[in-house]
Design a protein around this ligand. Structure first.
Ligand code: ADP
Ligand code: MG
Length: 274
């Protein structure tokens, strides 16, 4: 059954965490970056935005975070009034850690910015470090950490305020494949335990299919949604899933949609477990 761009089975059954309605974004220099797009992201859903460079993926995340305003249309985020603060955590491709501060102090930064008293001793800092497996590294400095561990710190920092939505902008793109696979599994573990809404930007087909409940494929200039795929929701995501026929078939379909999107030829499709 083809899915329309503005609703999906997953999103329609849950109250939305975020919703784009007729959203466009044109930057001041005249670049038409996005839209119009309509997209409903369900609470607790794991959605990937997949598309070639320049198709507006980062712009879409910034609109959800309230760091940028749409030129037209509305981005509704649950629990936030128009222009009000949004409960989001952001993870970027670069871990952007403060080199002079310990892991604990880096993770505590958002609490400090929220003027929490004694932020570095806040129980949420220990909780966040524990969730990413870094409890034993609280007192070390970023220079002592591998790339994968730095990314874990960045994830802990995004989790420390207990945000409703986790926005992840190509977080694992610079990591080697083995580290990336481990972080994929750890992220899924965090998602399963916390059931946060995750909007994950990637240009890796394999990563998007492995992680997501839904993959949204975007076309460039302006960024539009050209296809959506519902991925097997009840599958345990592990090495067996990664080598399964079903995973391979889903990757092939998403790949074809991405290739079409890159050529600017939009098409819609749905992909269900066979
Ligand atoms: P993606 O994350 O998919 O690579 P972006 O959202 O970063 O895409 O960018 C979409 C388009 O908007 C690109 O053509 C980019 O050059 C342009 N763009 C992004 N940010 C700005 C900005 N602040 N000012 C002007 N143009 C921008
Ligand atoms: Mg980007």
């Amino acid at each position: 059954m083809p899915l329309s761009a503005d609703t999906t089975t997953a999103a329609a059954s849950a109250p939305p965490a975020a919703a784009f309605s007729g959203v466009t974004k044109t930057y001041r220099n005249g670049v038409s970056a996005l839209g119009p797009i309509d997209l409903v992201i369900g609470k607790g859903e794991f959605v990937s935005l997949l598309g070639p460079s320049g198709c507006g993926k980062s712009t879409a995340l910034r609109l959800i975070a309230g760091l940028s305003e749409p030129t037209a249309g509305v981005v509704d985020v649950a629990g936030a009034s128009h222009n009000g603060p949004r409960s989001v955590g952001f993870v970027f491709q670069e871990p952007t850690l403060m080199p002079w501060a310990s892991v604990r102090d880096n993770v505590a930064l958002p609490l400090r910015l929220h003027r929490e008293a004694n932020a570095r001793r806040h129980p949420r800092v220990d909780e966040a470090l524990d969730r990413v497996g870094l409890s034993d590294f609280a007192d070390v400095y970023p220079r002592e950490l591998s790339g994968g561990m730095k990314m874990r710190v960045s994830l802990a920092r995004a989790l420390v305020t207990d945000p409703d939505i986790l926005l992840m902008d190509e977080p694992f793109a610079a990591l080697d494949e083995i580290t990336r696979f481990r972080l994929n599994d750890d992220l899924l573990d965090v998602w399963r335990r916390l059931r946060k809404t995750v909007v994950f930007v990637t240009h890796s087909v394999f990563e998007s299919v492995y992680l997501s409940q839904r993959v949204v494929v975007m076309t460039p200039r302006p960024g539009r949604i050209s296809a959506e795929f519902t991925i097997a929701s009840d599958e345990v995501r592990d090495e067996t899933f990664r080598t399964s026929v079903q995973y391979g078939a889903q990757c092939r379909d998403v790949s074809a949609a991405l290739a079409a999107a890159a050529k600017g030829a939009g098409w819609r499709a749905s992909c269900r477990p066979g």
